[in-house]
Design a binder for this molecule. Structure first.
Ligand code: NDP
Ligand code: 2IT
Length: 451
């Protein structure tokens, strides 16, 4: 076979697996996109000839480095840090940093690949990247976290910049970590620029960035439900996670009249049959965020609730599920349970929380499915707005940012819809998001030639 003869999906995936041995999360993310893209480009010679998907599935650059730090007992600790710069066809690399013990190259490559399509969908000028470390912030003192963040940035600063690559938070990286990293970047470079997003409001952060991912996911849910003439009010909703995305998704869903009955963390889930309200959500934000506590303590505070150790919330009957914790947290069995219990919609607040087999179950059951690259794009979208504000050295008003977020999510929904309609009337948002996200990146790459 000549090099440029068309490969089929199976041959393409064999190549991806051969070149990226053992990187199962990366294979999973690429396959989920490739299925739809191979179908879309069947009759579009230019994308085949230029090997566009093959090129997007090969990161521009993977930087991996040693991060040494000293713990409070003066032990020398060694971690691995990464930045995966996947694709900058549409703008500077952009995407979060994750600090979690499960971080490895496969996880960050899947996240950077996904981010490329997500950022394209936002309509802003953003390429795709992701980074992080296998550093585990749990149980570490503030000084330990500070020393780790400083050491991490002492290498990362060479690879990032306000027009090059702009990291932000993700699992285990919130305002505290962004502060330590921004402080170190500023110290090393003597430059005060928007090199990170998710900054504090006093030092260059954007209003509404904290809320944006969770709120955006609920806006996307609202737009999907409208297609079947339903609304959030009165629906029973299960949410997983209890971090930034989960608490803000719960907050917006409750504000819109939904009844949120679960939250979770890596220890298990709480079920509150009375439903959460703002007071309970504020307690969780304090307890999980600032005090770094466990979700199981919720039941000591709110007596009607129960805690279910080592379990996920998907066994609780609901009409809407919002997985907002981590990848592959909804498997095929969970999807069947959800469908049997009357699920009508699932929107992904986390990245790739639903396995490919679970997505097939939802598709077969004609459940509305909001894929992460569309549903959780609100966070990176407001990060993009933070970059604009930093460049202009301005900060916009809260109302204006809420409106912009709402509009961006509505536009993402419309972009997905364009390629989502199936012959049987089902709106396949996953396919719509993949194709709409791909097309912009691909067309820019065609314009740039073979680079
Ligand atoms: P946080 O660190 O604020 O919260 C993470 C939550 O998920 C915690 O409740 C944590 O529990 C739980 N969790 C993490 N890993 C696991 C695991 N292996 N099993 C069970 N629970 C787990 O992170 P975010 O809320 O920022 O991120 C959550 C998800 O949303 C991630 O997939 C992230 O990539 C995605 N996302 C985040 C965006 C953002 O703006 N922050 C934007 C778009 C997507 P515990 O406390 O026990 O670790
Ligand atoms: O997955 C994501 O979109 C994020 N963690 C947010 C990235 C960002 O740059 O705001």
């Amino acid at each position: 076979m000549a090099v440029n003869d068309h490969v089929n999906l199976q041959q393409f995936m064999e190549g991806v697996k051969r070149r990226n041995p053992g990187e199962i999360e990366f294979h999973q993310a690429v396959y989920e996109v490739a299925v739809d893209i191979f179908d879309f480009i069947q009759d579009k010679e230019q994308y085949h000839e230029a090997q566009i998907l093959r090129r997007i599935a090969e990161p521009d650059r993977v930087v991996s480095f040693r991060v040494c730090w000293e713990d409070d007992d003066n032990n020398v600790r060694v971690q691995r840090g990464y930045r995966v710069q996947n694709n900058n066809a549409l703008g500077p690399y952009k995407g979060g940093l994750r600090f979690h013990k499960t971080v490895n190259q496969s996880v960050l490559k899947f996240l950077a690949f996904e981010q490329t399509f997500k950022n394209s969908l936002t309509g802003l000028s953003l390429g795709g990247g992701k980074g992080g470390s296998d550093f585990n912030p749990k149980g570490k003192s503030d000084s330990e976290v500070m020393r780790f963040c400083q050491s991490f940035m002492t290498e990362l600063y060479r690879h990032v910049g306000e027009d090059t690559d702009v990291p932000a938070g993700d699992i285990g990286v919130g305002p505290r970590e962004i502060g330590y990293m921004f402080g170190q970047y500023k110290r090393i470079t003597n430059r005060y620029v928007g090199v990170l997003t998710g900054k504090g409001l006093e030092w260059g952060g954007s209003r509404v960035r904290t809320e944006a991912t969770g709120y955006g996911a609920v806006y996307f849910l609202e737009d999907m439900l409208r297609q079947i003439k339903r609304e959030i009010e009165g629906l029973t909703i299960t949410v997983s996670g209890s971090g930034n995305v989960a608490t803000h998704a719960a907050e917006k869903a409750v504000a819109m009249g939904g009844k949120v009955v679960t939250l979770s963390d890596s220890g298990g889930y709480i079920h509150d049959p009375d439903g959460l309200n703002q007071e309970k959500i504020d307690w969780v934000k304090q307890h999980k965020g600032y005090r770094r506590g466990r979700i199981e303590d919720y039941v000591k505070e709110f007596k009607n609730a129960s805690f279910h150790a080592d379990k996920t919330p998907w066994e609780v009957p609901c009409e809407v599920a919002l997985p907002c914790a981590t990848q592959n947290e909804v498997n095929e069995d969970d999807a069947r349970t959800l469908v049997n219990n009357g699920l009508i919609a699932l929107a992904e607040g986390a990245n790739m929380p639903t396995t490919n087999d679970a997505v097939s179950v939802l598709r077969e059951a004609k459940v509305l499915f909001g894929p992460a690259k569309a549903a959780n794009a609100g966070g990176v979208a407001v990060s993009g707005l933070e970059m604009s504000q930093n460049s202009a050295r301005l900060s916009w008003e809260e109302d204006q940012l809420h409106e912009l977020l709402r509009k961006i999510m509505r536009d993402i929904h419309s972009s997905c819809q364009r390629y989502a309609e199936q012959p049987d009337g089902y709106i396949d948002y996953a396919r719509g998001a993949n194709i709409a996200g791909f097309k912009k990146v691909a067309d820019a790459m065609l314009a740039f030639g073979v680079v």
